[in-house]
Design a binder for this molecule. Structure first.
Ligand code: PLP
Length: 389
């Protein structure tokens, strides 16, 4: 990779000199996986750090999602969002569950609570929402609805590591939440994931499921899969925890700098922190309104690329547009999701991104304001001036 290329993210690694003694310990013990001491320690440390009762570690977030659905024996239809990473819907497909897409709201790009009820049928067993970009879904209303219809709620919380809602972890809502610790996520163990649950019985069931269903030497209690996190990743994760808070501070600094730089550019919208939320600054999506900026999202995306800056169009296309899902009846409509998906670019965001790069990105976008938008802005300005005079 070219050195001066700016990518959408750059994984944070723990200091190598701190990792080496842990590697030496693992080498000495020759215990590499299967619920070793670092695995146990990391599960406990994570539960404390996140403020949740039980954590079960996984080799990645996708297998955690698949196991969460297995754990609750979800069947039939599950209501979910088209505006996410494909793994959300794939986990349903791998469990033989029919995804039912419901449109999102434009403010935070999460499932639109007003539309969920109409999508419930006698076959519906669960809701699988995503806390997109780490902004919490309407967790209270979703729970009310689930209680009224006897549905389970599994949150894809892959973006929501460390996020709090009304002072408590957002992972405490729903029946289960899943996390991803993939290299590109706000907290990484290279690859990795977890299921958060609220009682020991469920935690035991999840632990069986991720290890072939093995209960002891001669007992297999369920057709489980192999989805365990290994000792090297668990040790690495333990170190990562020490640096998470300072990484968030760095992300917050970059986010605020972007917001300040972009606030007066017509046709560029960004998300403010939602109320009652301790945010994790996991992504910085902007939404381009071509009629105001004069340039399209793809124009901006290409212009950034010409300057060696690689944003990502998360999430475009929608999951409902991929061949496996576009034939579903619920793949039609979804107007807000389509519109947002055509407008979005996630700008580079990571703790040690230089201020100078943020300034450069802002000025490139500023330079995209086309004459038409400038003129109409001038018109508004002179109108205001006249009104004052
Ligand atoms: C990353 C991600 C996943 C999958 O996690 P992996 O650890 O990469 O398997 C699932 N859902 C969402 C929303 C994600 O962003």
């Amino acid at each position: 990779m070219e050195k001066n290329k700016i990518l959408v993210t750059r994984p944070q690694l723990p200091p190598l000199q701190e990792f080496i003694p842990l590697l030496e310990d693992i080498w000495d013990s020759r215990w590499l996986t299967n619920n070793g001491k670092y695995h146990q320690e990391f599960e406990k440390a994570l539960a404390t750090f996140l403020g949740v009762p039980y954590v079960s570690l996984f080799s990645n977030g996708t297998l955690a999602l698949m196991a969460a659905l297995q754990c609750l024996k979800i069947k039939g239809e599950v209501i979910t969002t088209p505006y996410s990473f494909v793994a959300t819907t794939h986990s349903l497909w791998w469990n033989g569950i029919k995804p039912v897409f419901v449109d999102i709201e434009a403010d935070y790009c999460n499932l639109d609570i007003k539309l969920i009820e109409a999508a419930i049928t006698p076959e519906t067993t669960a809701i699988l929402p995503v806390h997109v970009y780490g902004n919490p879904c309407d967790v209270e209303e979703i729970q009310n609805l689930a209680d009224r219809y006897g549905l389970r709620v599994i949150y894809d919380a892959a973006h929501a590591f460390g996020v709090k809602y009304k002072g408590t972890s957002v992972l405490n809502y729903g029946d289960l939440s899943i996390l991803s610790f993939h290299a590109t996520k706000v907290f990484n163990t290279i690859e990795g994931g977890a299921i958060i649950c609220h009682d020991l019985k469920t935690k035991k069931r999840i632990d069986y499921l991720k290890n072939f269903g093995i209960a002891d030497e001669t007992t297999v209690v369920a057709p489980g899969i192999n989805a365990k996190m290994n000792e090297l990743q668990a040790a690495y994760g333990l170190l990562q925890l020490k640096y998470f808070d300072s990484a968030i501070d760095g992300r917050q600094h970059i986010t605020e700098k972007y917001r300040k730089g972009l606030q007066d550019i017509p046709g560029v919208r960004y998300l403010e922190n939602p109320v009652d939320v301790d945010y994790n600054y996991s992504y910085f999506p902007i939404f381009i309104d071509k009629s105001e900026l004069g340039s399209s999202r793809d124009d901006v995306y290409e212009e950034l690329k010409n300057n060696n800056i690689y944003g990502r169009r998360y999430f475009y296309p929608l999951i409902s547009e991929f061949p496996a899902y576009r034939g579903l009846p619920s793949a039609k409509g979804l107007d807000i999701a389509h519109e947002i998906s055509r407008q979005v670019i996630c700008l580079p965001l990571y703790p040690d991104l230089a201020d100078e790069v943020v300034e450069r990105i802002v000025s490139i976008i500023e330079g995209m304001v086309r004459v038409k938008a400038r003129v109409s802005h001038l018109k508004v300005y002179s109108q205001i001036k006249r009104n004052i005079e």
